[in-house]
Design a binder for this molecule. Structure first.
Ligand code: ADP
Length: 546
């Protein structure tokens, strides 16, 4: 074989940071701190302190390939760790502090983390776990010495004290690009959380893809409010994409309520934001309550919605109230996460609002580097006809090949595809439509009812704040849909009114057999509907007529 005669540089996370510092050094990184005030730094500032992080970890004796953990909100210190830890060849394990303490203990033990960096808000949690975390030798509170928490935590240092003696410059090690860079655990709704171990190469290829116009379309003009926690699949890769493109980052800290987000959107002239639907429902409710005029006050142009399905009602509301486009995206921890984004193709050129909103109900299409397949229960590959739902399989450059330290065995099929656990259709022009998670599908008389479709239809009713459809036992049909609804404050909504609204909007045999109103619905640690808990809650529910 004749080799090409081009330069070869490994794709490394440190390279992203040096690029951002050199070309976009003055671009701001704005954080709402856990202490309260807004903090401002720049990509150059992040690079200097990331270098100090790398030196400090070396001084602490952490070896390349070892893991260090964070329990932290979105903020500049967490961003420094994203680059400083991985840049040094150490693996950044971003633990999700919203999980149960037993799950957190399980993950920190399983990952054998050597150092634990934590926001002071989590001091009580860390103190309660510390005696059992035998691998952790140093605890670092992300604060200055005067803010150190008064909690029984051994070998505790303040982050600022750790960084102070170190040099702000560094020659980043020339790692192999396939070296591990970060570790995220799935939230483990069934069984133990599973670790997904990203590499420098997968992270950079993912970031490149995100930056592209038909991905997230990120440019140096962007000011990005990251409402996705940095412990949820690396903040959907946004820290890396922003460094690559020179975008400004706005990191909201612990507060994702409507008022806190709105003030950042306005003050920081945010153009692009991303997060799960629950966050946006909160923002919408705040805007409506306060009678605000986001169209006049904000520069927001695009909202990336993922993690669970973006309901058409939300897409429409962003268009009408904010003058902003929703960018619907699909992904999971195992896919870094971006697998699809819903961007138009030539055939959609000139589409009106209604057609655009209809298109946005789709999770979109894959970029180069990601390939999908849908299969029947027997493994047969199903046609791309937009009508045959099947198991969604994926393979690509930023898709997991195995779980970290798992004896669960191979997770890929003979063709190298990973089963996502989702059920989807794919249209003839390549658009993915997730109908359900396999375990959430409502199986009625051998046919499948999409809980997502039912929920989306219900959310179109102006009196519905949130809705969840689950299958409950039925003696004849095996399962029939029960719709559990949170009504908007002040809405006089009845089951009859909602059923007649849904009639004609979904197939007749999909209409829920019953509708129950509740004050709130259970959510997971990443803000998604917790169907399993809901199914437990309604396990003995008797549908009318049974
Ligand atoms: P967890 O939900 O367990 O925290 P992930 O964040 O990895 O873990 O979740 C991935 C799952 O979230 C996907 O398999 C899919 O079921 C769901 N999901 C993500 N994005 C969307 C979307 N746009 N529409 C519908 N479901 C989605």
């Amino acid at each position: 074989m004749m080799q090409g005669l081009m330069q070869h540089h490994p794709l490394l996370i440190s390279g992203l940071l040096t690029h951002a510092a050199r070309e976009h050094g003055k671009v701001e990184i704005v954080s709402r701190t856990v202490e309260g005030p807004i903090h401002r730094t720049t990509w150059a500032g992040i690079a200097e302190r990331a270098a100090r992080v790398a030196h400090a970890l070396r001084r602490l004796g952490v070896e390349p390939g070892e893991r260090v953990a964070t329990l932290a909100w979105n903020g500049y210190r967490h961003l420094e760790l994203f680059f400083g830890v991985s840049g040094a060849g150490i693996v950044l394990h971003t633990a999700n502090p919203r999980l149960f303490p037993e799950q957190i203990e399980y993950m920190l033990t399983h990952a054998e983390d050597r150092v634990l960096f934590f926001d002071v808000t989590f001091a009580p949690l860390v103190a309660s776990l510390a005696t059992r975390l035998t691998h952790v030798h140093t605890y670092v509170a992300l604060c200055a010495r005067e803010d150190l928490p008064d909690a029984p935590i051994p070998n505790l240092v303040a982050y600022e004290d750790l960084l102070a003696p170190e040099s702000p410059s560094i020659d980043w090690p020339a790692l192999d690009e396939t070296a591990a860079s970060s570790l995220c655990y799935t939230s483990g709704t069934t069984g133990h959380p599973k670790g997904v171990l990203y590499s420098h190469r997968s992270t950079l290829l993912h970031a490149m893809s995100c930056g592209m116009v038909d991905g997230m379309g990120v440019s140096a003009l962007e000011s990005i409010l990251v409402c996705t926690p940095m412990f949820h699949v690396n903040g959907w890769g946004t820290p890396y994409t922003a460094a690559m493109t020179g975008a400004k980052l706005v990191l909201p800290g612990a507060h994702l309520d409507g008022a806190s987000l709105y003030s950042l959107l306005r003050a920081e002239a945010v153009t692009l934001t991303l997060g799960v639907p629950t966050v946006w429902l909160g923002l919408m409710a705040y805007v409506a309550r306060e009678g605000l005029k986001p169209r006049d006050e904000l520069r927001l142009r695009r909202v990336l919605v993922g993690g669970s399905a973006a309901p058409p009602a939300l897409v429409l509301e962003f268009e009408r109230v904010f003058g902003a486009r929703v960018l619907h995206a699909w992904g999971m921890t195992e896919t870094s996460p971006l697998g699809t984004t819903c961007t138009p193709r030539a055939e959609h050129d000139g589409a009106d609002l209604e057609a655009r909103v209809a298109l946005q109900a789709s999770q979109g299409r894959p970029p180069y580097g990601v390939e999908f397949r849908i299969t029947a229960d027997d493994g047969r590959v199903l046609p791309r006809d937009g009508a045959s739902p099947g198991h969604l399989l994926i393979r690509g450059h930023w898709v997991a090949a195995a779980y970290f330290g798992s004896d669960a065995g191979p997770i890929l099929d003979a063709d190298g595809f990973f089963d996502t656990g989702d059920i989807a259709t794919i249209s003839d022009n390549g658009y993915l439509y997730i109908t359900d998670r396999a375990k959430d599908v409502i199986k009625s008389g051998g046919e499948w009812i999409s809980s997502i479709d039912l929920e989306n239809a219900a959310l179109g009713h102006p009196g519905v704040a949130e809705a969840a459809a689950i299958g409950v036992h039925h003696p004849t049909w095996q399962e029939r849909p029960l719709l559990v609804v949170v009504a908007k404050p002040g809405a006089a909504l009845t089951a009859e009114a909602l059923t007649s609204y849904l009639t004609g909007r979904v197939a007749k045999w999909w209409l829920p057999d019953a509708i129950e109103f509740v004050a709130e619905l259970p959510h997971t640690a990443t803000g998604k509907l917790q169907k399993m808990k809901l199914r437990e809650q309604f396990r003995d529910y008797r549908l009318p007529g049974t």
